[in-house]
Design a protein around this ligand. Structure first.
Ligand code: FUB
Length: 350
């Protein structure tokens, strides 16, 4: 009798857990514009969303619990990722999210030693190009390229990183037949190691006056076509952004709306996603305000995409992991451009 009661109890616990899991998976109320967690069964961050062949693809980082790659929090050592997955969906809020599995692994990349951080994918002439940062064998971040025949991969890496590449968070944006890469990140992203495009030293952790970079890609998509340029991010009086609440930290993204160029980014230690607008892909870009207020978890990272005539913000937070900074979950919500061209602010705590 005691054994039967125990068995019933175990069955009840299993049912409760699986109901909770199902509830999390399907918890999005399609009639509301509440955010949707996209893949509750594993930790995925930095979602770069792209539309290929009428379908939405997501290229995230894959978070994991590990002993940590580096030694200090400022090195980003807890963000110790070793592979990339791809996801796709046809309907953002109610559709099934298809997991295409691992499409590129650290062990396949000869030049990389660790920390596969935020990537992005671009399409040109029948091929898909994944741009990703990783630390090389000298512990310096470089940016590599991997190529696929289909948006869901697998992606085959080039044997060496892009010549002259450094730092993290590549975003590749197509404009009038040209492809531009925006990149950079301070602190663990190492952008402060460089002056212009020259490596200066591993010391110093400046907080402001460090510009993200933009560079046009060569026709073959495998190298830079020019030297990376520093992006000028200014306020409405033409002054360079200096406050930690608005200056660039990491997570560059570019989208175009009504012929304006929207450069968005994270402010890192103040946890905002902000944006600035300009008239061409190189800038300057004038600060406009916040898109997303701080989420649960230290990092904030996003992408903005139009799909079936609706704009979306893809981002992540650490709510499902109980606030563990390096275990993040990707999510999506609607994004609205207001009639004056500004973006309606989104509450990161939703
Ligand atoms: O995922 C690792 C790093 O955390 C990204 O490259 C940054 O943008 C931050 O989200």
């Amino acid at each position: 009798m005691k054994n039967i009661s125990l068995l019933i109890l175990i069955i009840l616990i299993i049912i409760t857990i699986s109901c909770a899991q199902t509830k999390l998976t399907n918890s999005h109320d399609v009639s509301s514009s509440a955010p949707r967690y996209l893949f509750p069964s594993d930790y995925m961050a930095d979602p770069a969303a792209r539309v290929f062949n009428g379908k939405l693809y997501i290229y995230p980082s894959h978070d994991r619990n590990s002993a940590g790659y580096g030694s200090s929090l400022l090195d980003g050592g807890a963000y110790d990722m070793v592979d990339y997955y791809v996801f796709s969906l046809d309907d953002v809020f109610s559709g099934e999210v298809t997991n295409h599995g691992v499409v590129l692994a650290l062990s396949d990349i000869p030049w990389a030693r660790g920390q596969l951080w935020d990537n992005d994918v671009a399409y040109k002439n029948g091929k898909y190009y994944m741009y990703f940062p990783a630390k090389d064998h000298n512990n310096l971040f470089r940016i590599g390229v991997a190529i696929a025949d289909r948006p869901e991969g697998p992606f085959i890496p080039q044997p060496e990183p892009i010549i002259g590449s450094y730092s993290i968070d590549p975003c590749v944006f197509e404009d009038e037949g040209n492809f531009y890469m925006y990149f950079g990140g301070i602190w663990g992203g190492q952008l402060q190691f460089y002056e212009g495009n020259t490596f200066v030293s591993r010391s110093g952790r400046s907080n402001s006056g460090i510009s993200p970079r933009v560079v046009k890609l060569r026709d073959d998509m495998l190298q830079f076509a020019e030297s990376p340029r520093e992006i000028s991010l200014i306020d409405k009086n033409g002054r360079v952004l200096a406050s930690n609440n608005s200056r660039f930290f990491e997570a560059a993204w570019m989208h175009k709306y009504n012929d304006k160029y929207y450069f968005s980014y994270s402010t890192g230690d103040t946890h905002n996603i902000c944006y600035a607008t300009g008239d061409n892909p190189y800038g300057p870009f004038t600060y406009q305000g916040l898109i997303l207020t701080p989420v649960i978890g230290w990092t904030s990272h996003h992408s903005i995409v139009e799909f079936k005539e609706q704009w979306y913000l893809f981002y992540h937070d650490s709510r499902p992991s109980g606030g563990t900074d390096h275990l993040r979950s990707m999510k999506v919500t609607k994004l609205t451009h207001l009639p004056d061209g500004t973006i309606e602010r989104i509450n990161g705590q939703q």
